[in-house]
Design a protein around this ligand. Structure first.
Ligand SMILES: [Zn+2]
Length: 397
């Protein structure tokens, strides 16, 4: 399975993947999913929001569902998403080899557009399913070529008019368990190849507008400048310091400079801040400190600051009963496994608002993710499959 999936959407120049919602590579991945489902005699269906479901046995209420996503970030790694889908099919093979037949409805799901690489909204498939993303808004989202999500779906044979919260489907799911490659390296320092997720950190995105005055880079005296780049640069340093002191992470990863000339002092710098923290109070306090530091610096530089929060994703606590069932089951074959929070978002985090949800992580020795260096060792991936099979067996018996 892994070998047949590896070439799809691989960019040979960077060694990374470009599997973006509804593009050629993504459609090839969806076809790959169909083939694997068919090879196992599973019943395939596409839901109203473009997510794929492969049913082992009859559909029905009380379903045990596992899976992940197959799309990627720009030049992403091979494991983020695909490891969960491949492990889900492999877990069915393991359960069948054990002679197990689920007593409950059982499905492998592949959520559409998890990374949001093309249309800018992460977890679009699961957000539409749970009603966390407005269908009209989703349809109108545009990619860099001006193609709307509705147009992209139509070209791929998916009806965009049926998007929206799917109460019937959600009511039929008793548990969703997503296996995912670890996106940090907490497990690299332990003896355990797998871990259970406790929570997803709350997460905010802010836009900072630093306004100043464009002028000549050669003739304007330093003391006469109103340079927004200087305010921005100091804000980056402040963000790093405040995040470190507060136990959070803060990142400025996107920047638009006007007029963007080598020999001109900028008139405006727009920058986007991504802040995540273990708790809402920490997130709020650290963000407040960064905004305040930017404002103070703007005062000293003669520039103007406008800071606006563009989005906030609250903390996700995974279902405690399900989490305890996972750790209890895994204790038998793996001993006590670590229970870890993460700063990364997942479909499981979105679904947690509607159905009991849990996650399993597989060790990533370097901690690299969203880049070609993302990796997990074969033996750890196999341990992940065993862990997932054990948990699914416990849930579906
Ligand atoms: Zn992922």
């Amino acid at each position: 399975m892994w070998r047949s999936l590896l070439p799809l959407g691989l960019n040979p120049d960077t060694g990374g993947y470009r599997r973006f919602a509804w593009n050629t590579a993504d459609l090839a991945c969806r076809e790959w999913f169909r083939t694997e489902a068919a090879a196992r005699g599973l019943d395939m269906e596409t839901d109203r929001n473009g997510n794929l479901w492969a049913w082992w046995g009859p559909k029905g209420p009380g379903a045990v569902v596992t899976g992940s996503h197959l799309d990627s970030v720009p030049d992403g790694g091979a494991f983020d998403g695909p490891l969960g889908v491949v492990s889900a099919f492999a877990a069915i093979d393991v359960l069948r080899a054990r002679g197990f037949t689920p007593a409950k409805p059982f499905a492998v799901a592949c959520f559409s557009d998890e990374e949001g690489a093309r249309f800018g909204v992460a977890c679009a498939g699961s957000r539409l399913l749970t009603g966390a993303l407005d269908p009209g808004k989703a349809r109108a989202l545009r990619d860099l070529d001006g193609v709307t999500m509705a147009e992209a779906m139509e070209r791929a044979g998916q009806d965009p008019d049926t998007l929206g919260r799917d109460d019937e489907r959600l009511a039929g799911v008793a548990a969703y368990v997503e296996l995912h490659v670890e996106q940090g390296k907490a497990l690299a320092f332990t003896e355990s190849p797998v871990a259970v997720a406790s929570a997803i950190w709350p997460h905010s995105r802010w836009r900072f507008d630093f306004g100043g005055e464009a002028n000549h880079a050669g003739t304007t005296r330093l003391e006469d400048r109103r340079d927004p780049m200087l305010t921005y640069a100091n804000t980056v340093l402040a963000a790093r310091k405040k995040a470190k002191l507060g136990g959070a992470v803060a990142t400025f990863g996107r920047l638009v400079v006007e007029p963007n000339g080598t020999n001109a002092i900028p008139s405006r710098v727009r920058a986007w801040l991504d802040v995540r923290a273990p708790a809402e109070e920490i997130l709020a306090a650290v963000t407040e400190e960064i905004v305040q530091a930017a404002g103070e610096r703007a005062g000293r530089d003669g520039t103007v600051l406008a800071a606006e929060r563009e989005s906030h994703t609250p903390v996700v606590e995974f279902d405690h009963v399900l989490r305890n069932l996972l750790t209890g089951t895994l204790r038998q074959s793996f001993g006590a496994v670590p229970v870890l929070p993460t700063g990364a978002g997942h479909d499981a985090g979105i679904l947690a608002a509607a159905v009991p949800t849990a996650m399993l992580y597989v060790r990533n020795p370097s901690g690299v993710s969203h880049a070609p260096g993302e990796h997990a060792e074969d033996r750890d991936c196999l341990a992940g499959v065993t862990a997932l099979a054990d948990v699914l067996q416990e849930l579906a018996q």
